[in-house]
Each structure stands twice: as structure tokens, then as C-alpha cells.
Write a protein that binds this ligand. Structure first.
Ligand code: PDD
Length: 287
């Protein structure tokens, strides 16, 4: 049975409830993180907690826990749930208010919720066949660097991709490819790895940052630059990255076959570096 955490207490997920007056429920007024766990260890926790702090500051919710207290709580949550590999989810909302009013309530305290679900442990690189993606206009707000729980546009975009037999939507704004509905984007062109620069248009992905680090450490040519829709269509390889999907190679974009319809050589190189990094985390040699 899955165990959740709510405002200081651990209990079965199925028995964990919040008030209908919680502003997360009424307004989507909160922020969240998804943190992978490999071999029982939290992946890049310091990076996730820094991004959480940035999101909380941006929406003016006081961080309810110190970094040490977050680590203690999340470590216990992971220990109480099944499996060595998990995806830990946490969210902080502005809390429960006495009435529905857009303005911040005067005396609310944040609601802190966390749960963790098992993730498949072994990834067999040879069995990865790649995914289909579609391009769609980016209909989201203008501060997508905040990891807000207000995800209705992302939900609609992802569903549109699924309805067209795709796995992800790649969002286009002003002729540029920005990111996926729940992932960051990379392309490979003539051996050069490219991802759009961070800014208000996209989420600063933790997986994205690790890929940049791995590219730098292994002398893989890399650049942060805008990607036009044309460049996306003509890319040798397209990857979508996230905590839960890791690095997904795109083999079909709209009606076009990408990288010959199979994961490309640069993807193979990067996913094996990524798997090595996960192995180091499992052994406690990386964080
Ligand atoms: N989403 N961009 C968006 C819009 C995302 O929602 C996500 C992740 C990412 C990748 O970020 P990271 O590498 O830190 O997971 C980029 C999570 C997994 C989710 O909403 O479930």
C-alpha cells in the first residue's frame, strides 16, 4: 500500500485528504516537484529543492520546510514506499482559506503534500524504439519557469498528442520550438546538440541540466540556442527529457520520420552516459 505525507503526518495514500477549501483545489494555487529515486536515493535533490524555492518565491508562498527537513521527510517517504526506484511527487499550496477569494488569505498556512510511486528499474537501451510527437501552438502563460500545479494547458496539449497517437506535444511559439507539454527538448544537427536557453518560456529541467553537464564533461559539442520549427523538422535527432521519461528519442514528428525512424547514435551515447550516472547514484557515488 502506498504511503503519503500530508502536513507533518504519514498515512496511507487512499486515506489522505485535503479540504475542498484548499486553494490548490479551487485555484490551482501551488507549486510542485517530481524527483526520481534510484536505488533508494533521491536524484539531484539539491537542484530540485533550489527550483522549488524559486517557484515558491515567484508565487509568494513561504517555503514551509528547510532543505534538511525536506530531505528528512522525503527520505522517510521513500523508505515507507515500495521499490528502490521511485518517482517522488511533492506539492505546496497556499493552503486552506475560509472563503473563495482570488486575493491571498490573511492567515493561511501552506498545505504540504507528498507521495511516491514505483518506477521500472532496468532500462534496456536496445528495446527503446522511440516515440511520436506532434507540434502544437504553445497556449500556456508567460511564466512557464515556475513549476505551478496549474497544468490545464499542459493537460490539454498532452491529450491532443495522445489523441493523434503521439506520446508528447512539442510547443511552438512565434516560430520557435520551446519544450514539450511535460518535457524539455533537444535536437542534434550535424553532431551538435542544441537546446533552447532557459527563461520564462520554459521550465528549467533538472534532466536538461544533467544532459548539459554530461555533454560538457564528455566533450560532446553543445549549444544553448533557439530552435526554429524548421530546424526542429530538419533535425537529425530530437530528444524529449524529463525526470520520469529520462531521454526519449522522437522518431516521428507530425507526418515526418525523424532519424530514419529509429533512435539515433547521439541518443545512444547520451543515454548510456545517463545510465552510468544513475549507477553512480545507486552506489552513492553521485547525487
Ligand atoms: N514534468 N517542462 C515541463 C513543462 C515539465 O512539466 C517537465 C517535467 C519538464 C522536465 O523537467 P525535469 O527534467 O526537471 O523533470 C520540462 C514533470 C515530470 C511532471 O510534470 O510530471
Amino acid at each position: 500500500m502506498s504511503t503519503a505525507y500530508l502536513n507533518g503526518e504519514f498515512r496511507p495514500l487512499s486515506e489522505t485528504q485535503v479540504s475542498v477549501m484548499d486553494r490548490g483545489f479551487l485555484f490551482g494555487d501551488g507549486v510542485y516537484e517530481v524527483i526520481p529515486v534510484y536505488g533508494g536515493r533521491l536524484f539531484r535533490l539539491a537542484h530540485h529543492l533550489k527550483r522549488l524555492r524559486n517557484s515558491l518565491d515567484a508565487v509568494r508562498i513561504a517555503n514551509p520546510l528547510s532543505n534538511e527537513a525536506w530531505e528528512t521527510m522525503l527520505t522517510e517517504l521513500v523508505a515507507r514506499n515500495e521499490g528502490l526506484d521511485q518517482a517522488a511527487y511533492l506539492q505546496v499550496t497556499r493552503g486552506v482559506a475560509p472563503r473563495r477569494d482570488h486575493a491571498f488569505p490573511e492567515n493561511s498556512s501552506p498545505t504540504l503534500f507528498a507521495m511516491s510511486t514505483p518506477m521500472a528499474e532496468a532500462v534496456d537501451i536496445d528495446s527503446v524504439t522511440g516515440i511520436a510527437a506532434i507540434t502544437l501552438p504553445d497556449i500556456r502563460w508567460k511564466i512557464c519557469n515556475i513549476k505551478a500545479i496549474t497544468l490545464l494547458p499542459n493537460v490539454l496539449l498532452r491529450q491532443q498528442a495522445i489523441d493523434s497517437d503521439g506520446a508528447e506535444a512539442i510547443l511552438i511559439d512565434d516560430g520557435l520550438a520551446i519544450e514539450g507539454a511535460a518535457s524539455n527538448i533537444f535536437i542534434v544537427r550535424n553532431g551538435l546538440l542544441i537546446t533552447p536557453p532557459n527563461g520564462p518560456a520554459l521550465l528549467p529541467g533538472i534532466t536538461r541540466d544533467l544532459i548539459i553537464e554530461l555533454a560538457t564533461n564528455h566533450a560532446i559539442p553543445f549549444r544553448e540556442a533557439d530552435i526554429t520549427q524548421q530546424e526542429l523538422c530538419n533535425a537529425d535527432e530530437i530528444w524529449l527529457t524529463s525526470s520520469t521519461r529520462e531521454i526519449s528519442p522522437v522518431i516521428r514528428l507530425d507526418d515526418k520520420t525523424i532519424s530514419g525512424g529509429a533512435p539515433g547514435p547521439q541518443w545512444r551515447r547520451m543515454i548510456s552516459l545517463y545510465q552510468d550516472y544513475k549507477t553512480a547514484i545507486r552506489k552513492g557515488e553521485a547525487s
